[in-house]
Write a protein of this length. Structure first.
Length: 100
């Protein structure tokens, strides 16, 4: 069975690949388990967790929230779910995964 410390780098690698499809950037913050996601429209989302894989995603209100912001948010949430499902389905993983 994979440990959380094995799953996080696997999740992060896959998540970065998925974000590149939307031309989004993932930046690891100084605080452990905190990431900043920046969209091409300069929207900023904060992704974090206390206990992986219970991931939270929050929109950082740095400007006007547009219809495009919602499109990016749905895509990012979809990428998170996809990545969690992918690592869950990998042969040695047995832990349940959640997305908030």
């Amino acid at each position: 069975m994979k440990t959380t410390s094995d799953l996080i780098p696997e999740f992060e690698k896959l998540f970065r690949q998925k974000l590149q499809l939307n031309n989004c950037k993932l930046r690891k913050k100084r605080q452990e388990n905190n990431y900043e996601i920046i969209t091409p429209a300069k929207d900023i989302f904060l992704m974090y967790w206390s206990e992986f894989p219970d991931i939270n995603l929050i929109y950082q209100a740095v400007g006007v929230r547009t219809q495009q912001t919602g499109v990016y948010e749905r895509a990012i949430r979809s990428h998170i779910s996809f990545c969690l499902s992918s690592i869950k389905e990998s042969p040695h993983s047995e832990s349940p995964l959640l997305v908030n």
